[in-house]
Design a protein. Structure first.
Length: 721
């Protein structure tokens, strides 16, 4: 704490000026090309400041004993007096534990702006800041402060801007100190814990007569008053309010709609309940409204949304709003909102009906998501009028009919399209084989739509693609050479549940996900697959007719987390020693193949492994007791092989603390069933049938509490593993 206080005393010399509200402060700064000498005491302060921080970026390399410190990187001075007025470092800095700084500042009584944001202090906010009576801007955001917010900040009657955002450890026992901040225009206490005084927070906010911006999100405020205090008139000129992510558990109060000057209102993830009041008519300045992720907002979308003539963003996602979506678009497209609306999110609600032709009247739309509702019918061709549209998500609905070139005729700005549908083949793409789209996609995600039987050749015109999903798209074509070349630029490829033939597409070192399950690929896994895609995170080749063996180059994918090559014609032995290199691997499924040999001991080094399925192969040898080193295992399935001998004294809770499924069925195991199995307290599925065990069933089998408790099973690992 002493180091931080002395550090701040030093910084009082340095006048860290930001960009906001500086029109009220008349300064004259020199640039780095003009050699203006700075005062000796301030130059020494800068050098001591350099010694006080950890400069990992090297930005202060120009700071040395030069007489012209005003030309140092990040330093700005008054071009007449040479006083240091500005210290601007774009990189986070950390404070060393050193208290040998200036005891007091000669300039602190005139300090106007103090910006210590994005640093790493890990101490309390010094109460001495309350002595800077002329301070106008105080920004301590994202600086890892903790402890109680000092009430002395209430002495800063000239303060215009106060930002304590993203200091997770700070809290306030009371907000009475607000009463002294008569000039405050911007207040951001996001992530500060205000629960101690949360019942009267609005009364204290109303003590701020100059307030225009209020941000109290993630502040543990539990109470949202249904009616305002008598002093509410003091804040009716608010232009921005953000109370998101507070557990209010209440309806949207009517007093919010009396804030007629609001430009943005954010109340996402605030546990709001009930219908949205149809009271927006007077909020003529509103540009950004976010009521998303409240889950329990119900009712219908109010018609007054169509009267918000400046509305640019409307986010109502993840609620329980119902009614016919035609009403929403009729309200928005027939009023003045149609001329301003840029972003519309109504995904994950209970909207019904189909998209109307009036959708095409919202020509300013940039981002549209109606995903995961109960919409149906055809998609109107007027979609093609949205010439500014960049992102489109129609997923999770029950569309039918045809998508043609007309639907995309003017979508020249589109870069993201999602059409992941729950019902297969009701929506059909019909475009010409020589069609050249007007857009250039980066993300193209389609599932359960009929794009086939031929592979969509227009994709070869999309030079900026990075993610391609074509799941269950009715494609029965051979993978074209142009797609093999295209895959070299892709990050994610999912072609699952088609009947695609040909070679396995190999991406480049940048590819992260390759999913080809349930197709008709016949070629062997390329031996250089790990050399070509060393950065791969997830590989799924299951459900194909590929043969050969698993190449050892797989182990060069050091970031691999999921490897699924089940239900194929793989044979041969597993690579012996390289598995220890896959320290990120947590999901390995090689079931239902013709693999043989013993389990490689190097698999015992897979510290992150949670899911291991090697069942229905021809593995043999002793039971692989070395797997007890994989302490994160949740599912272990070695059934349907030829393991012999006894299990040994394991497994037990210390070896398998997370194990929920143990399946050893249909092997050649013998001997007694070890009682140590009973110590695996989380076990929900145990299958050791069709072996050669003898003796009696251990009495402790009655202690499998996780098998007995239906609540445990409900919220833990599903039985259909």
């Amino acid at each position: 704490m002493a180091g931080i206080n002395t550090f701040l005393q030093l910084l009082l010399l340095l006048l860290l000026f930001g960009s906001l509200y500086l029109k009220t402060i008349k300064l004259c700064l020199c640039n780095n090309d003009v050699k203006v000498p700075c005062l000796h005491i301030e130059r020494q302060a800068l050098l001591q400041f350099k010694e006080a921080i950890i400069d990992t970026s090297g930005r202060l390399s120009s700071w040395h004993g030069d007489y012209y410190c005003c030309g140092w990187e990040g330093v700005g001075c008054d071009n007449k007096t040479g006083h240091v007025l500005k210290l601007q470092l774009g990189n986070p800095m950390s404070l060393l534990d050193d208290s040998g700084y200036f005891e007091r500042s000669t300039l602190s009584e005139n300090l106007r702006v103090l910006d210590l944001s994005s640093s790493n202090f890990s101490g309390k906010i010094p109460s001495q800041l309350g002595n800077l009576e002329k301070l106008r801007v105080l920004d301590l955001s994202s600086s890892n402060f903790g402890g109680k917010i000092p009430s002395q900040l209430g002495n800063l009657s000239n303060l215009i801007y106060l930002n304590l955002y993203d200091n997770w450890g700070i809290y306030a026992e009371t907000l009475n100190w607000f009463s002294g901040l008569s000039s405050l225009s911007y207040l951001n206490l996001g992530y500060a814990k205000l629960s101690a005084g949360s019942t009267k927070w609005l009364e204290h906010v109303c003590m701020l007569p100059s307030l225009r911006f209020l941000i109290l999100k993630y502040s543990e405020i539990y109470y949202l008053p249904s009616s305002p205090p008598n002093s509410f008139g003091n804040i009716t000129y608010l232009t921005g309010i953000d109370l998101s992510a507070n557990p209010f558990n209440s309806p949207i109060p009517q007093w919010l709609f009396n804030l007629s000057s609001l430009q943005y209102m954010h109340l996402y993830s605030a546990n709001l309940q009930g219908p949205i009041p149809d009271s927006f008519s007077n909020m003529t300045s509103l540009e950004d409204l976010d009521l998303s992720y409240n889950y329990n907002i119900t009712g219908f979308i109010p018609p007054s949304f169509g009267k918000l003539c400046k509305l640019k963003t409307l986010d109502l996602a993840q609620n329980q709003i119902g009614g016919d979506i035609i009403g929403l678009f009729d309200h928005l497209s027939s009023g003045c909102t149609a001329n301003t609306l840029r972003e519309l999110f109504v995904d994950r609600n209970q909207l019904t009906g189909g998209l109307p032709i009036s959708l095409g009247n919202l020509e300013k739309l940039i981002d549209l998501s109606v995903a995961d509702n109960q919409l149906n019918g055809t998609i109107p061709e007027s979609l093609g009028n949205l010439r500014h549209l960049e992102s489109l998500d129609l997923s999770g609905n029950y569309w039918e009919g045809v998508l043609s070139e007309i639907h995309f005729a003017n979508l020249t700005s589109l870069y993201s399209m999602r059409l992941i549908l729950p019902s297969p083949m009701l929506l059909v793409w019909k475009v010409g084989t020589d069609w050249i789209p007007p857009f250039s996609l980066t993300y193209f995600l389609v599932a359960n739509c009929q794009l086939g039987p031929l592979f969509p050749s227009w994709l070869q015109t999309q030079k900026n693609l990075s993610i391609v999903f074509l799941r269950n798209a009715g494609i029965t074509d051979t993978l074209s050479d142009w797609f093999l070349n295209l895959s070299l630029r892709l990050l994610v490829v999912d072609l699952s549940n088609n009947e695609i033939k040909g070679r396995i597409p190999l991406g480049s070192s940048t590819m992260k996900f390759l999913v080809l399950r349930n197709n008709t690929f016949t070629a062997d896994i390329p031996p250089n697959i790990g050399d070509m895609m060393p950065g791969l995170i997830y590989l799924d080749l299951s459900g194909n007719t590929i043969g050969g063996s698993i190449p050892s180059s797989i182990c060069k994918m050091k970031n691999l987390r999921g490897l699924i090559v089940s239900d194929t014609f793989l044979s041969g032995e597993l690579p012996r020693w390289c598995w220890k290199d896959l320290q990120e691997l947590n999901y390995l499924n090689l079931a239902n193949n013709s693999l043989f040999g013993t389990i490689p001991k190097s698999m015992g080094y897979l510290q992150s492994l949670q899911y291991l399925k090697l069942n229905t192969n021809n593995f043999y040898g002793k039971f692989p007791s070395f797997l007890q080193n994989c302490t994160q295992l949740t599912v272990l399935d070695l059934g349907g092989n030829n393991f012999t001998g006894d299990i040994g004294p394991w497994p037990n809770q210390s070896n398998y603390p997370s194990l929920q499924v143990l399946r050893l069925r249909s092997n050649l195991l013998m001997g007694n069933v070890p009682e140590g199995i009973c110590n695996i307290s989380n076990l929900q599925v145990l299958d050791i049938a069709s072996n050669k065990f003898n003796g009696t069933i251990p009495k402790c089998f009655g202690n499998f509490y996780s098998m007995k408790d239906p609540e445990y099973i409900k919220y833990s690992f599903p039985l259909s593993y």
